[in-house]
Design a protein around this ligand. Structure first.
Ligand code: CA2
Length: 150
C-alpha cells in the first residue's frame, strides 16, 4: 500500500515563524514523523510540497497514474480558495484525508471554508504534526476494510 502526503503553500516554512500556531517542528521533522508513522503501519509513503496551485493539481493527477492508494492533503491556504484542488481530488477518486496542523475552526472567518473537504473521506485538524500519522492510520484501516474509528 502506498500513500502520498501533499503539502501546499508555505508549509515548507514550518518551524521558522508563527510557532504559537504551527509549532516549532520543521517540514523535515514532519517528513520524518510521517515516514516513521507510515513505516509502523507497513505503508510506503512519498512526499510532495509546492507553493503553486497547478503543481499541486499535477501531483494529485500523477498519484492516479502512479497507483497511489491514499492521499494525505494539507492544501494550506488553497484549502479556502481552490475549486481546482477539489476537482483534482474528485477526478482521481483516490481516498483523501484533509489535514490541518492548526485548528482552523478556532481561526479567522476566511479559514472556515474548505473547498476540498467535499471530496475527502475525513478531515483532521488541530492535532499538530501527529494529524498526518492519524490520517495515515485512518486511510490504512479504511483500505484494509477495517473500521477506521471516527
Ligand atoms: O493549519 C494548517 O495546516 C493550515 O493548512 C496551514 C496554512 C493555512 O493557510 C491554513 O488556513 C491552515 C498555512 C501554512 C503556513 O505555514 C506557515 C509556516 C511557518 C510560518 C508561517 C506560516
Amino acid at each position: 500500500m502506498k500513500f502520498l502526503i501533499i503539502n501546499g503553500p508555505n508549509l515548507n516554512m514550518l518551524g521558522i515563524r508563527e510557532p504559537e500556531i504551527y509549532g516549532r517542528e520543521t517540514y523535515d521533522d514532519l517528513r520524518r514523523m510521517a515516514a516513521e508513522g507510515c513505516g509502523k503501519l507497513g505503508v510506503e509513503v512519498d512526499f510532495f510540497q509546492s507553493n503553486h496551485e497547478g503543481a499541486l493539481v499535477d501531483a494529485i493527477q500523477q498519484a492516479y497514474f502512479d497507483r497511489v492508494d491514499g492521499i494525505i492533503l494539507n492544501p494550506g491556504a488553497y484549502t479556502h480558495t481552490s475549486v481546482a484542488l477539489l476537482d483534482a481530488v474528485k477526478a482521481v477518486g483516490i481516498p483523501t484525508v484533509e489535514v490541518h496542523i492548526s485548528d482552523v475552526r478556532q481561526r479567522e472567518d476566511f479559514r472556515q471554508v474548505s473547498y476540498v473537504r467535499a471530496a475527502c473521506v475525513k478531515t483532521i485538524m488541530g492535532r499538530g504534526l501527529a494529524g498526518y500519522v492519524e490520517a495515515a492510520a485512518y486511510l490504512k484501516a479504511l483500505l484494509d476494510g477495517a473500521d477506521p474509528q471516527q
